[in-house]
Design a binder for this molecule. Sequence first.
Ligand SMILES: NC(=O)c1ccc[n+]([C@@H]2O[C@H](COP(=O)([O-])OP(=O)(O)OC[C@H]3O[C@@H](n4cnc5c(N)ncnc54)[C@H](OP(=O)(O)O)[C@@H]3O)[C@@H](O)[C@H]2O)c1
Length: 338
Amino acid sequence: MKVLIIGGTGLISSGIVKALQARGADLTVFNRGRTDDRLGAVRRRQGDRNDCAAFERTMAGAGNWDVVIDMICFRPDQAESALRAFTGRCGHFLLCSTVCTYGNTQTVVPTLETTPQAPHSAYGRDKVACEQLLLKAQADGRMNVTIFRPSHTYGPGGNVINNLGWAPTFVDRLRKGRPIIVSGDGHGLWQSTYSEDVGVGFAHAAGRSKCFGEAYNIVGDEVVTWDDYTRRTAAAIGAPAPRIVHVPTDFLLAADRPRFVALEEIFRFHGVYANAKLKRDVPEYRPAMPFEEGVRRTVAWMDQHRTIADADSDPQEDRLAEAWERALAEATASLRKV
Ligand SMILES: NC(=O)c1ccc[n+]([C@@H]2O[C@H](COP(=O)([O-])OP(=O)(O)OC[C@H]3O[C@@H](n4cnc5c(N)ncnc54)[C@H](OP(=O)(O)O)[C@@H]3O)[C@@H](O)[C@H]2O)c1
């Protein structure tokens, strides 16, 4: 199976490469050559997919592919460029989309692939537009297309997120026993999936006719509350039991909306997605990485690559936790007086 991955060296795509290598695929990756490349024996082509004309010229001269996996298609103009580059030259096209296409506000969990898409971020809206362009190509008989919608995916090469977003201080805050803000009452539900598990799903859908014209959530089996997530992450890395401070999302947004845009758009909502459809059509997809082990591997990589920021470099979370606890104490005291 001759496979091209647009991307290839990043978090999710390196998991896909590993799983395709295990399948014995003949692999080529296309990227700019900027991201650390740990792939071993694969063919490499260098270029910027945003230079659409050059990208399409390169692909016109590159022959045919059994499978193309596009990891970095974020906007409709990129999807249109992919269609020009690969129509008639590719047996199966896999688009990496996102669960942000659903919009996160759905009240029924888990979210199924049939749930209406109502994204409220520009990222989600653009991904829906990409999906629709490609699914139209499938409907018109121009190309076989499969859409993958990952939720949060983690692993070596990436970060350990927290309930407020992607702050690089989170691991150091846990290690130093600093207060950790979790929005709401900490009962929001969440799923995180290890990158190599996601890679297996993509790799075994590749070339599978049952997946043509379909969209799949690609998520793990485990659902946790954010309090659980925080405690288990701390335990996994040998940090002290965290002092969690529950703070209403509205308070955090009033204090610093730009800082908490990810909380506003994603993390304040339940993030629980069904993976039964993918397991049915791609039985090889069986998320296997225990959360604690995945976190340990990710943090070992972060330590090695010095991507963990010192908690002292960003004291805002300490200030906000203190401000909320003071406001709560004052409000409680004044209520007692009434
Ligand atoms: N990670 C998550 O939690 C998550 C969740 C939902 C959806 N997704 C989706 O997953 C996809 C990205 O996955 P990822 O973050 O794990 O990254 P990835 O695809 O694994 O890594 C990015 C890859 O793209 C290459 N690249 C970036 N810009 C490029 C350009 N202009 N031209 C050519 N190559 C380029 C990078 O190499 P160079 O830097 O060397 O070019 C790298 O190989 C996106 O479609 C995103 O919407 C991710």
